[in-house]
Design a protein around this ligand. Sequence first.
Ligand SMILES: Nc1nc2c(c(=O)[nH]1)N[C@H]1C(S)=C(S)[C@@H](COP(=O)(O)OP(=O)(O)OC[C@H]3O[C@@H](n4cnc5c(N)ncnc54)[C@H](O)[C@@H]3O)O[C@H]1N2
Ligand code: MOO
Ligand code: MG
Length: 425
Amino acid sequence: MITADRNSNDDKFRRKAISVKEGQAKILPYARRIETEYVSLPMVEGRILAEDIKAPHPFPHFRRSGMDGFAIISSDTAGCSTETPVYLEVVDEIPCGSLPSVALSPGTAARIMTGAKVPDEADAVVMFEMTEASAGQGKDYIQLKREIKPGSNITPVGLELAEGDLILEKGRRLSAGEISVLATFGIYDVPVAKRPRVAIFSTGSELLGVEEPLQDGRIRNSNTYMLASQIRNAGGEPHILEAIADDLTTARQKVAEAFALYDVVITTGGVSVGDFDIMADLVSGEDVEMLFNKIMMRPGSVTTAAVKDGKLLFALSGNPGACFVGFELFVRPALGTMLGMKSPFLREFQAELGKDYAKINNFTRFVRGRLDFADGRLIANPAALDESSVMVTIKDSDVLIVVPPSNRGLAAGETVTVLQLPGAR
Ligand SMILES: Nc1nc2c(c(=O)[nH]1)N[C@H]1C(S)=C(S)[C@@H](COP(=O)(O)OP(=O)(O)OC[C@H]3O[C@@H](n4cnc5c(N)ncnc54)[C@H](O)[C@@H]3O)O[C@H]1N2
Ligand code: MOO
Ligand SMILES: [Mg+2]
């Protein structure tokens, strides 16, 4: 027979709700900066840079031709026109990667390719299409029928960056643009923040493994895999641990073991007031400091956080919608802070509410929604189903629409704050 300790913890019922901001402020002091490791350039996608990087040399570091054509001395073309063309003798050929072999003097030109170093004496490059070839006395000439401005088609030294410029600030997430910069400056071993190792425990006797056949009264464990994806996206390294049964003693032991091995521990489920909801008891143990166990938000009002051995424990709700939101509002900023990110919170901006939102709330609601553009306006459309227990609309959402506490709901057209969820949809 299954039994539960029904009187174990009255505190589980007497919870003091705090705001999301207060909750975040309680967590962040424990989100301690993680060490640095060196990762090779092909593997740094999505990692967070751990040190400022300055340009070790200007870029480009030589005057570079922007066209396939001829390097010339522009004053040679003064007064030149269709009627009075100018002839320049071609004295050199400069493929990419080669250096000029002849110093240009007035009346001469060098054939040059896009990306090659322009001879010091030249101050312009004229593209092939603007020239006509001619020959005489065993020499090659080009004919020009137009004046060429100095500087034409030459990229000056340091156009993009000067030596010593700050090119990448620590805390930046590395992606195509940053990786290109690192490669350009010869930085192959990149200092990045180590990924925080995050343990995931699911709880609940109703949970089946993903590959198990369905059984009446039971569901497959989806939160674990959803959380692993969120952790990875937030820069952490997920570690899926064996589910914990709804039994306090084993749960305590398993969580304690996990703290020895991982930087952060997340549990999902068992955090409300049900007979088998053990997390409230677990976070009020002697060696655990509870930071909060109720947030003035929906979904995820029961989101709980605690500290053990200086490390963060997040007890997220079992309801998929609440679990998802709890992660985005509390775990993501904690991981981002550990990684040294400048702005670890979801990006916030304003949009127009696309349709009426009639639900009244005591708590702030974070409603899953989809962002659209219409007539140059940003429209946030709430998902049809946004209950805490609903899983399926998470995949269709790119924002959380912030609906403040209200006894009248919101009307279409009102301005709302939205939090951008990561990953374009
Ligand atoms: N008497 C009250 N009952 C409930 C309250 C309340 O205030 N008083 N709050 C409700 C709200 S709001 C929420 S949210 C849930 C929170 O429940 P728990 O966090 O304790 O989670 P469980 O009870 O373990 O499960 C809830 C729900 O989620 C399903 N679940 C759990 N784990 C997973 C998983 N890994 N993957 C997919 N789905 C999961 C579970 O089967 C339940 O259906 O409490 C309300 N009750
Ligand atoms: O408050 Mo429940 O925790 O999602 O809505
Ligand atoms: Mg419960």
